[in-house]
Write a protein that binds this ligand. Structure first.
Ligand code: GLP
Length: 263
């Protein structure tokens, strides 16, 4: 695992955006050989999306030959609800870049048959040839996508019931009203993320310090599902200083020294 420690949210977002943009450019995608990008929601990746949008606006980057697969979506929340992940993605990212709408994939949390929706999603990822780079965030309870504590570490796309931790955390988007937060979601599994060629997580702020500690400094456990990334051959965690508050000094120094070339 590679861990990048940046001073603050702005520099963390820039580092992550540069990395993603370089990966897409290096792949030199074409309609026949598109780049497949996994996308998260949440406040953590907003800065990263803004930076990617800027690159697109100045003509430095194009999403014409990029196919996206989002991580998750609430169950039974209308697609046009302002807090649906469909709305989030179009408002904060897709509407501002040159992606083709037919290349965007987001789980349908209102599908009649949710089990089939999840199975079809896995098939669509497979048919596209797998994900090249899965971007992600981390929940305060360490969840990745909506893989809550206790999720199988080999899980594929499926329905998950949200924990009260997550319902509390996400109530900030629903006027602080717990009753308005959907209680279930469709989510890619930890196994789905692990199958990507590369995974890049962004993690910022003191409220993520405990999650980051368990993700990179603790044991692999289904109680902290992002810790499974320790098993991924190409995982990068980009974080800010505030998120490092609970890392052991040795871990913190090692990753800083490594990136500074002191080791
Ligand atoms: C939600 C999403 C996750 C995201 C998490 C953290 O629960 N399903 O994919 O990583 O929130 O969100 P934030 O970045 O706003 O802290």
């Amino acid at each position: 695992m590679r861990v990048i420690i940046e001073p603050d949210y702005a520099t963390m977002s820039k580092w992550a955006a540069n990395y993603v943009a370089n990966r897409i450019k290096e792949a030199n995608p074409t309609p026949e050989k598109p780049f497949k990008l996994g996308c998260p929601t949440g406040s953590s990746p907003l800065g990263l999306y803004k930076e990617l949008i800027k690159k697109c606006e100045v003509g430095e980057l194009s999403f014409q030959n990029v196919i996206t697969f989002n991580m998750d979506e609430y169950v039974n929340l209308p697609e046009d609800h302002p807090e649906s992940y469909h709305s989030f993605m179009w408002n904060n990212f897709f509407s501002h870049i040159d992606i083709k709408p037919e290349n965007v994939h987001i789980l349908n949390g209102n599908a009649k048959d949710l089990v089939k929706e999840c199975e079809d999603y896995e098939k669509a990822i497979e048919a596209a040839g797998g994900i090249d780079l899965f971007m992600g965030g981390v929940g305060p309870d360490g969840h990745l996508a909506f893989n809550e504590p206790g999720s199988s570490l080999s899980s594929k796309t499926r329905i998950k019931t949200l924990t009260s931790d997550t319902i509390h955390a996400n109530s900030r988007f629903f006027d602080g009203n717990l009753n308005l937060v959907p209680k279930r979601a469709l989510t890619v599994g930890i196994g789905t993320v692990m199958a990507a060629k590369e995974v890049l997580l962004v993690c910022n702020g003191h409220n993520k310090a405990r999650a980051l500690k368990h993700c990179i400094d603790g044991d692999i456990s289904h109680k902290w599902t992002s810790s499974m990334l320790q098993m991924h051959p190409h995982a990068i965690v980009v974080c800010d200083e505030a998120a490092c508050d609970e890392l052991s000094l040795g871990t913190y120094k090692y990753y800083l020294d490594k990136e500074r070339g002191n080791l």
